[in-house]
Design a binder for this molecule. Structure first.
Ligand code: ATP
Ligand code: MN
Length: 442
């Protein structure tokens, strides 16, 4: 029999007196002339297994991978119910303990910066393996939520020729410098959002979502921005902005309610300051307050911020609104046309669009979404107003020609959600291999 440590520990005392093969690497070692105590972990869980060897074993260094055959017995200590009496040991790969000292694997407190510099080893640290298991569970919950609610998972393209956000932070995809020789024969980019393709899908499949990587050449190096990040984008036909707000709040609360249970031991292990569970439960207890943009501007002005209608709301404002003024997550809606992308639905006032941003404590904006402009003429006039390349958007306009319907959707920043859940200071510490300005972590 060969099991992961998670599977072994889950069986509790039922395995006592059974012979097992266990594999993992050494987290801790203590030895005397008669016995060696080795604590191993294999990443399947935050919890470890203690191995007892009835002799002094000098070759076993910290970090080394082992295969141990032995007998499960009741533990003498209180940490775990069971431990393994080793009978046969195989060491997989020896290394010099001097080299080991240069790595983040040596057991001492390292700064998150230092840990990031060895991202390829980071998976073997306690904090990061916990984050990776939480990240997995959140992905799983997202798929579960959408699947049980009748959404279909659509893979939108990563290479595109249109720019959904009308932004200047596109990465170009090319094989040559000369456009005529180039692979696609036209400009191609890494996608900044799957939304426009998601709309086409929703107009045929009604309720869909995408969950994939997106790319933005974010010039500023903030603790909340990555150049490559993951986005969850539901898109629904026959759906207005109010429906959209309910869906977004329900999705987030579903994830948080369930991750508390599903990732309990990993969250506990990360929760050094007793903040995480508190923060998560706070979110569940509160309705997300819905405030129109114009009201937000009034509030900011009243509270001493130098603001004018039409200006964008920045992180400092978001912090004030969520942490101090409302003390809850908020949904800001109906933004001025000029600070939002062309595809958002124009409101009757002709000055605002049916946009919504959800602002959270700690991470700021976690969701951006809108009702889409489904009316052909207005969509076309918006494309002209923003001086966008109509040829590139012709296919998108056509989705409004053969009948058309109100539809809505949003983008949830997956990494920001993980950052919120784990309360990490920097978003680079919740993704396996971060990419950011001037830096590709390997
Ligand atoms: P911000 O103002 O924080 O840069 P944005 O307005 O550019 O966000 P959207 O275009 O609405 O964001 O994208 C949807 C969601 O994707 C955001 O609410 C956020 O959670 C996430 N997101 C956006 N840019 C990044 C990034 N560079 N790194 C990580 N997540 C991001
Ligand atoms: Mn941005």
């Amino acid at each position: 029999m060969c099991n992961t440590i998670k599977e072994i520990l889950n069986q509790k005392t039922r395995l006592i007196n059974k012979h097992l093969v266990v594999k993992g690497w050494v987290k801790h070692k203590r030895t005397n002339k008669l016995q060696t105590f080795v604590i191993i972990n294999d990443g399947s869980t935050i919890n470890n297994l203690q191995i007892i060897i009835d002799k002094e074993y000098k070759d076993i260094n910290l970090g080394i991978y082992l295969k141990i055959k032995g007998l499960i017995v009741l533990s003498q200590g209180k940490q775990q119910p069971i431990e393994l009496l080793a009978q046969k040991i195989k060491i997989y790969g020896l290394f010099k303990s001097k080299d080991f000292q240069q790595t983040i694997l040596q057991p001492k407190q390292h700064s998150y910066n230092k840990l990031r510099e060895q991202s390829y080893l980071r998976f073997r640290t306690n904090f990061f393996s916990s984050i990776m298991r939480i990240r997995h569970n959140v992905s799983y919950l997202i798929h579960q939520y959408f699947h049980t609610n009748g959404f279909y998972y659509i893979h939108t393209p990563i290479i595109t020729n249109s720019d959904a956000e009308g932004s200047s932070n596109l990465f170009k995809v090319t094989t040559f410098n000369d456009l005529n020789d180039d692979f696609f024969g036209e400009n191609a980019y890494l996608t900044v959002s799957g939304q426009m393709h998601a709309e086409a899908a929703a107009l045929g499949l009604r309720k869909i979502y995408t969950f994939g990587p997106t790319f933005r050449a974010e010039k500023s190096n903030t603790p909340r921005h990555l150049a490559e990040f993951w986005m969850v984008e539901p898109e629904i036909a026959f759906f207005n902005l109010t429906n959209n707000m309910f869906l977004a709040e329900d999705l987030i609360k579903y994830i948080i309610k369930n991750i508390i249970i599903l990732s309990q031991s990993d969250l506990e292990s990360l929760d050094k300051q007793n903040l995480i569970f508190h923060n998560l439960k706070q979110i569940l207890n509160k309705e997300f307050k819905r405030i129109p943009y114009s009201k937000v501007i009034q509030i900011l002005i009243k509270n001493g911020y130098d603001m004018k209608w039409g200006q964008d709301i920045n992180y400092e404002h978001e912090k004030f609104l969520v942490d101090i003024y409302f003390k809850s997550p908020i949904i800001i809606f109906n933004y001025p046309i000029d600070i939002k992308p062309f595809y958002m639905r124009k409101n009757k006032d002709q000055q605002t669009v049916a946009a919504m941003d959800i602002i959270f404590p700690h991470v700021g904006e976690i969701i951006g979404g809108s009702q889409r402009e489904e009316r052909y003429k207005i969509l076309l006039s918006q494309i002209k107003y923003f001086k966008l390349n109509r040829t590139r958007l012709e296919w998108y306009l056509k989705t409004r020609i053969f009948s058309t319907v109100p539809h809505s959707g949003f983008g949830l920043g997956f990494d920001r959600l993980i950052q919120f859940i784990t309360h990490m200071k920097n978003i680079k510490d919740v993704i396996p291999f971060p990419r950011s300005i001037k830096k590709i972590y390997t």
